[in-house]
Write a protein that binds this ligand. Structure first.
Ligand SMILES: C[S@@+](CC[C@H](N)C(=O)[O-])C[C@H]1O[C@@H](n2cnc3c(N)ncnc32)[C@H](O)[C@@H]1O
Length: 343
């Protein structure tokens, strides 16, 4: 018979899963209320009264702030210190909340630039990840699995529900970005902040071996060119171009006198030749067959440049690595970081 301890442990695990979404929601709440900025402005650590004074929280709900802060501290977003021992069930009078390495990435105050502690703020990207369109899509998973696309009578419904995202939101991700200007702007801003962050990491010396020997690179689905521009700046010997959908290229204004070339096209049809192909945040949007097609075209793009041609693929999918032997930038960066620390 299953022991009582095992049953209670199993129940606790279910609770953790059932309420797991609250971590995302608390993070979203912290960003929207501006808690990381408020703590930063208090010198990196803030008391509850300081937070009450700084945050746009109704006076009648101030007592709830400590609960959210305790939850966020338990999740590693902030740290919590209670110098004075608290009576049972009460929050210690002297409790202070500090930024952690994670929440420092959510600060977007300009003065962090002058203080030298500046990093790209990832708040917009995190808000995009936590947005209702993504939650709606994940809540459609079971319904989506029930719709049979081979069912002839149900063809229209199946087409409208090609992915859980389409079923929940009535359009594909890129359909939504072009149909809904406000969402399109939020999407660009969110992706741009992630690209600026990755650009900072790429510009660090430890990444130089990745770009050694390359003379050209095409960033496939490279958005507004933030990553390609950062690579061009940090590694001027690499000529960078961006392959993007025509509607994205129209809006991509070269802010740097054209250090990066934009190519309007469809990555499912053609990828321009280059020494290296960068696929950042691209393959996870597509089916296995489509990924194989993109990787085959990537291989063709670098084929004239062998043996130095490289495909950098930032993705989390399993399998598919047999086509071009791509290496994930997420794999490459930590190993480079290790190398640079060691020597
Ligand atoms: C998730 S975003 C990633 C953007 C950028 N690589 C980044 O990491 O910020 C995927 C990009 O692929 C582009 N895209 C989608 N379909 C495409 C296609 N068929 N050909 C070229 N680009 C495409 C989108 O416009 C979008 O900018």
């Amino acid at each position: 018979m299953t022991s009582t301890a095992e049953l209670l442990q199993a129940e606790a695990e279910l609770w953790c899963h059932a309420f797991g979404y609250l971590k995302s929601m608390a993070l979203q709440c912290a960003i929207k209320l501006g808690i990381p900025n408020a703590i930063h402005r208090s010198g990196g650590t803030a008391s509850l009264p300081e937070l009450h004074a700084a945050l746009p929280v109704a006076a009648s709900k101030r007592s709830c702030v400590s609960r959210i802060m305790t939850f966020l501290a338990a999740s590693g977003i902030f740290s919590e210190e209670s110098p004075a021992a608290a009576a049972d069930g009460e929050v210690a009078a002297g409790v202070r909340y500090s930024l952690t390495p994670a929440s420092r990435l959510l600060v977007d105050d300009d003065d962090s630039v002058t203080s030298g502690s500046h990093h790209t703020c990832l708040s917009q990207f995190m808000l995009l990840c936590c947005s209702p369109i993504n939650f709606r899509a994940s809540q459609s998973l079971d319904d989506w699995l029930r719709v049979d696309e081979l069912d002839g009578d149900n063809h229209a419904a199946a087409a409208a529900a090609e992915t859980p995202f389409m079923m929940a939101n009535g359009a594909s991700l890129y359909g939504l970005t072009s149909r809904d200007a406000e969402f399109g702007a939020r999407f660009s801003e969110g992706m741009g902040s992630d690209s600026r962050f990755v650009a900072e990491i790429l510009a660090r010396g430890g990444c130089a071996p990745v770009f050694a020997g390359l003379t050209s690179l095409v960033d496939v689905g490279g958005g507004d060119g933030t990553t390609a521009r950062a690579i061009a700046r940090a590694y001027p010997h690499v000529r960078c171009s961006v392959l993007e959908l025509p509607e994205v290229v129209v809006d991509a204004v070269p802010a740097d006198g054209g250090a990066v070339e934009f190519v309007a096209g469809d990555m499912m049809e053609y990828i321009p030749p280059a020494d290296a192909v960068l696929l950042k945040f691209v393959l996870h949007n597509w089916s296995d067959e489509e990924c194989v097609r993109i990787l085959k075209l990537s291989k063709e793009a670098i084929s004239t440049r062998e043996p130095k041609g490289k495909v950098f693929d930032q993705r989390w999918r399993a399998g598919g690595h047999d086509v071009t032997h791509p290496r994930s930038t997420r794999d490459v960066l930590p190993s480079l970081a290790r190398q640079s620390r060691q020597g």
